[in-house]
Design a protein around this ligand. Structure first.
Ligand SMILES: [Zn+2]
Length: 52
């Protein structure tokens, strides 16, 4: 079952397959980017902690 959603980042339509209860708010591209950003933030935080 497919469902069309609007990405909250780029405002483009994308389709999700409704398998899980979790509904994505971002298209593939944006969710990948957000994941990268998230990982970067974590790396920075981790390094900061490690240095002290
Ligand atoms: Zn997007």
């Amino acid at each position: 079952m497919e469902k069309t959603k609007i990405c909250q980042d780029c405002k483009k339509e994308f389709k999700i397959i409704k398998k899980t209860r979790y509904e994505r708010k971002y298209c593939d591209k944006c969710s990948q980017q957000r994941k990268k950003d998230y990982e970067n933030i974590h790396n920075v935080t981790f390094e900061d902690c490690d240095e002290e």
